[in-house]
Design a protein around this ligand. Structure first.
Ligand SMILES: Nc1ncnc2c1ncn2[C@@H]1O[C@H](COP(=O)(O)OP(=O)(O)OP(=O)(O)O)[C@@H](O)[C@H]1O
Ligand SMILES: [Mg+2]
Length: 480
């Protein structure tokens, strides 16, 4: 628990799950948050399954202090195995959730919340409905909502404390809940011996978001990537745009088959711009009640007009939110058309209303998106994201493998053998998308890990034969 640290005035040191946390001048962090958001813990080192964590405190726009945390997860595989019970802790949790365990200790409740969100991600709704998505610090009465983004790779926590009540304990409590979530993702004991300093950082001149995905990680799609770099450049230089009376794109429609990297490109674009990323999911919008969907979409845009920092708003799977040609006359279609109408109105003057915002929509069915929505001025750029060709696939393999090596190789452990032939892999994987290739690798990684787990000794590095076998296996049931 918290104890004063005589050595450093203003530093509140506490331990959590074996990690030492130094909270530097929490009162001034809370005070600064009234002026603008304060970002904490960015750039810290985390256990392998967690790539980055960003905690934010803001108190400028409302009657409360808002605490949020985003946790970028490298290893969704671990969560999967945890939940499917390949792992004793997962089994335990699954049982407790299954039994609707009423003994809500602080930890179990928190652990449950993360597991529940992951259950939902895995489509195991039954289990998910049984417990709330909350992390709770019972002592403080602090509750954080926990939610995965749709990719399952970012966990978001959110808690609010009325301005009049907020004090350093809440900040400490929220950092504790964040560490609790990290612990659950990365495994028990993963924080032991680590040290974290929570302090106001020196804000760099240009906003830098060290987010998971970058345009460099995209394989193939050279033209698309360079087009996105241009858009990012125009976004970052509003003064040049103003000088020439030029208008940068405000809306981008990305279309192409599933798994070709559209969502990834949007995240990478946000990263390239240094923008916050706000993903709007269909269930957030569509509402079965009369007028509910319209209200929701208006709210999204009302919020968007207020963003003070550059923000990329992604409407993923746009066609399911918005009208499509040939919509019928039944009530459901009419409701959808009304949503499209509002969307058109809102997009008309968005960039004038708030130059901080860029809207991106993705779809697998561009023909379903009403032409007037993508008329110039609303969505002024349309980008096709096709399946990769052979060179593209080779590059995707190369970049993914390189990423895995960078993340996992260490002295005494080599992930891949020397015999890899990217051209042959690209040939064997004809017709596959980036998402398929990721799955090919995921399966091989899992097989190796299971082999280790069974035998207790390190399996041989992944070689060309392993990869070809995995490609064949994945391609098999698809019959071409
Ligand atoms: N061109 C690519 N380069 C590198 N990785 C890729 C590429 N395409 C897809 N991937 C990988 O596949 C994953 C899934 O792709 P993503 O979700 O971006 O596809 P999508 O086009 O949005 O699919 P959907 O239309 O089904 O939403 C990505 O997170 C990424 O790891
Ligand atoms: Mg997508």
């Amino acid at each position: 628990m918290a104890e004063a640290n005589p050595g450093q005035p203003g530093v509140d040191t506490f331990t959590y799950a074996g990690a030492t946390v130094e909270l530097a001048d929490p009162a001034s962090i809370l005070a600064a948050a009234r002026v603008g958001p304060v970002t904490l813990l960015r750039g810290a080192a985390w256990p392998a399954a967690v790539r980055w964590v960003e905690v934010r405190v803001s108190g400028a726009d409302g009657p409360a202090h808002l605490f949020t945390a985003e946790i970028g997860i490298a290893d969704t595989e671990r969560i999967r195995s945890l939940l499917l019970g390949h792992d004793p802790l997962g089994l335990l949790l699954a049982k407790r959730i299954e039994a609707g365990d009423p003994v809500i200790t602080r930890i179990v409740d928190g652990v449950g919340a993360v597991a529940v969100a992951a259950y939902r991600k895995l489509g195991l709704e039954g289990a998910a409905n049984r417990a709330p998505d909350r992390l709770v610090d019972a002592g403080l009465g602090l509750q954080a909502e926990a939610e995965y983004d749709s990719s399952g790779t970012v966990l978001r926590l959110r808690a609010e404390v009325p301005r009049a009540e907020v004090n350093p304990d809440h900040l400490r409590g929220f950092v504790g809940l964040t560490l609790q979530a990290v612990l659950e993702i990365a495994g028990p004991d993963s924080l032991r011996g680590r040290r974290y300093t929570v302090s106001r950082e020196h804000v760099p001149a240009a906003p830098v978001t060290t987010r998971s995905v970058t345009l460099d990680q995209v394989g193939g799609l050279t033209d698309v990537v360079s087009q996105l770099r241009q858009i990012a450049l125009s976004f970052r230089h509003p003064e040049a745009m103003a000088r020439w009376g030029a208008r940068r794109p405000q809306g981008i429609l990305m279309y192409g088959p599933p798994g070709t990297g559209k969502t990834m490109l949007c995240r990478a674009l946000a990263n390239e711009i240094g923008a916050d990323f706000r993903e709007i999911r269909t269930p957030e919008i569509l509402d079965k009640w009369l007028g509910g969907s319209e209200r929701n979409i208006k709210q999204v845009f009302r919020d968007a007009r207020r963003y003070r920092v550059p923000t990329l708003i992604l409407f993923d799977e746009f066609d399911s939110i918005i009208s499509y040609a040939g919509a019928g006359g039944d009530a459901a279609s009419q409701a959808i058309n009304a949503v499209a109408g509002i969307f058109k109105q809102e997009m008309n003057d968005l960039i004038e209303a708030n130059p901080n915002v860029l809207v991106v929509a993705t779809t697998n069915f561009p023909q379903r998106v009403d032409a007037s929505l993508i008329r110039s001025g609303r969505f002024d750029v349309k980008i096709s994201v096709p399946k990769p060709d052979q060179d593209g696939r080779a590059e995707i393999f190369r970049k993914m493998i390189r990423g895995l090596v960078a993340a996992h190789d260490h002295p005494g452990f080599t992930m891949f053998a020397d015999d890899l032939d990217l051209t042959a892999l690209a040939q064997a994987s004809a017709g596959m998308t980036g998402a398929d290739i990721k799955e090919v690798l995921r399966r091989v990684q899992l097989a190796k890990a299971m082999q280790d787990a069974r035998t207790g000794t390190q399996a041989a590095p992944i070689n060309q034969g392993d990869l070809i076998a995995s490609i064949t296996e994945l391609a098999g049931p698809r019959t071409g």
